[in-house]
Design a protein around this ligand. Sequence first.
Ligand code: BGC
Length: 763
Amino acid sequence: MPMRTLLLLASAALVCTSLQARAQQAPAAAPASMPRPWMNTALSADARADLLLRQLTLDQKIQLLHGTGDPHDGPEDPHAKDGNSGSGYVPGFPEYGLPGIQMDDSAYGVAYSAGSGRYSTALPSNLGLAATWDPAVAERYGSLIGHELRDQGYNMTLGGGVNLTREPRDGRTFEYLGEDPVLAGTMVGHLIQGVQSAHVIGHIKHYAVNDQESGRHAVSSEISERAARESDLLAFQLGIEIGRPGAVMCSYNRINGVYGCENDFLLKTVLKGDWHYPGFVVSDWLATHSTVHASHAGLDNEEPGNTFFDTKLKAAVTEGSVSTAELDDHVHRVLRSMFAAGIVDDPPQKGVPDVFAHALVAREIAQQSMVLLRNEAHTLPIDTHEVHTLAVIGRNADRGMISGGGSAQVDPPGGNAIGKIDEKDKKADWQRAVWFPDSPLAAIQEHLRSLHESTRVTFNDGSDLAAAAEAARHADVVLVYAYQWQAEGIDLPTLALPDAQDAMIAAVAHANPHTVVVLETGGPVLMQWVHDVAAIVESWYSGSKGADAVADLLFGTVNPGSKLPVTFPLRDQDLPHPALIEPPPASQEDWTDTDRMSRRLLAGLPPFSVRYDEALKVGYKWYDAEKKPVLFPFGFGLSYTTFAYSNLRVEEGSEVTATFTIRNTGARAGEEIAELYSTMPETSGEPPKRLVGWCKLLLQPGEQKTTTVSIPLARFSIWDEAHHGWSVPPGKYALLVGPSSATAALQQTLNLKAEPTGLTPTH
Ligand code: BGC
């Protein structure tokens, strides 16, 4: 049985059986001359949805509320033949002009396209995108994905992951946008805008508090309402408000004991109630657990099959346990999102993506995402007039760069750079590391050639410490490429680098102090050698053109300007949960890695809980509150130039405005992300400070700019459980402006009056 099947759930047989039953119901044919008032583009998406809804029979309505099976598992539904080989398919009604919904995973590019002989560009990981702190880059990122989805015949993404990094060992950290809800929510909102600009249904996931992979079907995330509203849910709320995605994916886990896809509080009270969300809720793959309960709670569409939302839902409607109004609401939401995204009026036309232009976009976004963490004695950028020998060291650093795995996996052109992993085709296996054929060594050599430099480059794979140290000793500068692989379904046991790379880096750094470490990691890692190396670049998973982008940065063709969207802690023990909370072992037998992985994921594990008692203290808020030193703080990142901050003026009105000046005090042009944090009144019970805004400025050498950042009052608000709403606690605040969460270059106090901001903390 394919791994993917195993990993999703053990009930594929059951799904197939009910899909066969479904095959007997053919929708009634509509007369060819039938008027189609819902095709009137002057009407609102809601009005169009209502007009079409009135036309549909019960069977047709039901058909819109479930999928046709996972194509990877060999679906049985006869409609499935019209699917596009993506992650999911909901058939439409050609007789009404309604296309089917062709869904595909596309977190950092269109996933798994090799099996259909298609090409996809891999962008940097979502966490890398977050490091740009740039909404315009997020739109560009989303737009590229939207266009490549269309080129491949898809009209709905399954990207948009925005679970907060409460647990950085989460195997999907690379798929999310970091630890701060305002940064993550803003960035995902703009990413969704970009996707939807290509007339593709946008999507946000996994709702909610799906913050680890271990035992994801069995775990209950225990969290207070206030903590959830001000952290994980706030990221969704902002993302939805900014991006207006057509769909929200409910998560595998339970939240305070109730599964995400039948969680009345999350779906009905919060999402569709408080936030007035008009789109549809789609289940994560095999995350539906009931019919009537899930329907009442607000699930609209079961994916990828039809176990609960097909014949069982029809029976529930017929016998009255699900009302027609409730059924119609589900259908209305699906139709409305289809009209709103433009997939009815402008269906995708298959085509060849603009591979070359997209490669350039991938390279530019990668350049903008990499964070310079350390740069002693101006080791970087490498001065080729002085550096005559470079040693490139690291496993696979002559072959490729690593990528994030799981359902987000983008297939590399030509297959895995370290050898084909699937005999039958060049498709990536779901849970094995895939390296893009993007050789750091070749990129360095190419870069030097383009500069007409004769710098000598040697390579060593780092497997033999003595040989690696020897190679380092003979070079003027050493470039170590170190990796950490993350994938859906497997959390990391530790944030330490795997495969004895710490010892290798230490040996190399001991042999040559001019050692630069380039990290290819999904999220934060530990660095016991941090003080022994000259420079560190965090390149994340950098996509199709990552190696070139790293070279651009190392040689100074580009000046780094990104900042960390997550804290890099000093030790695992400093995390809110010093050890990963894993499901209790299912048995005592000695599991193989594969068994271990699948058992961690499969349903049927005994329920267990992760108590998020750190509550509001996520990421930097935790380290601040607990006064724990960190390796690199949230918001940190260096440039090849330097900046000075001055003249802060803060004014309060219907919003708070902060005006300040930044000057480029160095010798080259560079971008600075200025970050604005606020402390909260002591009585508010909040962590020491929170991000309330930021701005990114490009400055020429010597140039200074004065800028004003407007901060909605809502940014200062807290969730009041007793009054079921947000309000600004009255009292004294300090507004801090500076280059990272750890450094306030400027500060000014302000006094805010009590201000209820209602149910929406977002404007
Ligand atoms: C993942 C989702 C993904 C879905 C479809 C699930 O295993 O959790 O993020 O969209 O599969 O591939």
